[in-house]
Design a protein around this ligand. Structure first.
Ligand SMILES: [Zn+2]
Length: 405
């Protein structure tokens, strides 16, 4: 499909003059500190970040002026001496949007900056093309934002069941949507523009990634998950993994990392749509479950056994702390499937790895990826700008929309 070319991506706006740049950098660091640890006072933030108290006070005043931060209600600091006023994010006035483009359906969540869901929509989108699907999401989002009193939009994330190029947002292949070569990043930016009048002076980031990667991002802050080294397995029509290694999303050189569905578990098995044979996805998938007749319990055990084997490869290779499962197959195939996975994983995993490994079910159910899409956008919003020359790069396709003028 031919689409418009990718515009220059001002992920980091050029800032004139060192002092303005430094002020933005400090303000961003102060905001991120309050996001990660609500209740810190100005003095505590200064101590944590190694900044002077006056620098922190200036940054906080700016953030209060932009309605991002406020004094925490009904709480006072516990420090001896002068009372310190704790700070927190202004959760009511700000939001991020998470979008998920699934197979046959789309869904969205309006979330506050603490990740709590304020409004949601889900609808059938079978037969719609990429641009029409995004337009539908845009319209539904306006409705949902109106329902929550039009908070200021601070980010928009989109999760898709396919391979996304992090550099230009090209959807290379989404086999279960039957889409390939779609300039989805460009289409997302075009659709996201409708929200610019509802964003702050600085605009907002739009982020695009694979749905399993987004799902993993949703779990970064889940207290139950030891998320230093984590794999999120999305079990649906397709099978994908989102990997967090050393607390960071890992997507590989071109976004292909996590294609666990195409790890071969039966070399002489069924042909896969990828052109290979015996891929895990040919044996463990929602379509097979829904179309099966006969002994469902036996099929659940068989699929679970295969999944456990697949998971053991990931665990042994990466020395994972947590594996988290989600998706419609898990919900439909139920307890027998999960138990068989757990047994098979234990059978095939090295003892030293197994001692620290936990197998969990995502607390967000079918919403894991859509919530993760919002979480990805929030993470980008809270980390801009980054220091010049920083080695860190976004692993997702990311572009910052700014109001004209
Ligand atoms: Zn395959």
């Amino acid at each position: 499909m031919n689409g418009p070319s990718v515009p220059a991506l001002p992920a980091q706006r050029p800032v004139r003059g060192t002092s303005e740049y430094l002020r933005n950098l400090n303000r961003s660091a102060v905001l991120a500190a309050i996001w990660k640890q609500p209740g810190l006072s100005r003095t505590e933030i200064a101590e944590h970040l190694g900044l002077s108290k006056s620098t922190v006070s200036t940054a906080v005043s700016e953030l209060v002026g932009r309605q991002l931060v406020k004094d925490a209600q009904g709480r006072t600091g516990h420090k001896v001496g002068r009372p310190s006023r704790p700070l927190e994010l202004d959760l009511e006035r700000n939001a991020v949007l998470g979008w998920e483009l699934g197979v046959g359906l789309v869904q969205l969540r309006v979330m506050n900056l603490a990740g709590q869901v304020m409004a949601s929509r889900q609808t059938d989108a079978a037969g719609l093309g990429p641009a029409e699907t995004l337009e539908l999401l845009g319209e539904l989002s306006e409705e949902a934002l109106a329902e929550t009193g039009w908070p200021v939009l601070r980010g928009l994330g989109l999760a898709v069941p396919g391979l996304v190029s992090p550099s230009d947002g090209q959807l290379q292949l989404a086999p279960n949507l039957d889409w390939s070569g779609v300039p989805l990043g460009v289409l997302l930016l075009a659709e996201a523009k409708r929200f610019l009048p509802r964003s702050g002076d600085e605009g907002f980031p739009a982020v695009l990634d694979n749905e399993a990667n987004a799902g993993a991002a949703a779990l970064l802050d889940w207290p139950q998950a030891r998320a230093r080294n984590l794999a999120y397995l999305s079990l649906d029509i397709g099978l994908g993994a989102g990997l967090i290694l050393n607390h960071r999303l890992f997507t590989g050189g071109r976004g292909y990392a996590g294609e666990a569905g195409h790890l071969c578990i039966e070399p002489t098995g069924q042909p896969c749509h990828c052109g290979k044979r015996g891929c895990a996805e040919t044996r463990i998938n929602l379509r097979r479950w829904r179309q099966a007749s006969g002994d469902r319990n036996r099929l659940a055990e068989e699929m679970g056994g295969d999944l456990g084997l697949l998971l053991s490869h990931l665990a042994n290779l990466l020395d994972l702390d947590s594996i988290v499962l989600g998706g419609r197959l898990l919900e439909e195939a139920g307890g027998a499937f999960l138990e068989a996975s757990r047994e098979s994983l234990a059978t095939h995993t090295l003892r030293g790895v197994q001692a620290h490994l936990q197998l969990l079910v995502s607390p967000y159910g079918q919403a894991t990826s859509v919530i993760g899409a919002g979480a990805l956008a929030a993470q980008v919003f809270f980390s801009q700008p980054r220091p010049e020359g920083s080695l860190e790069e976004w692993t997702s396709f990311t572009a910052w929309l700014r109001p004209a003028g």
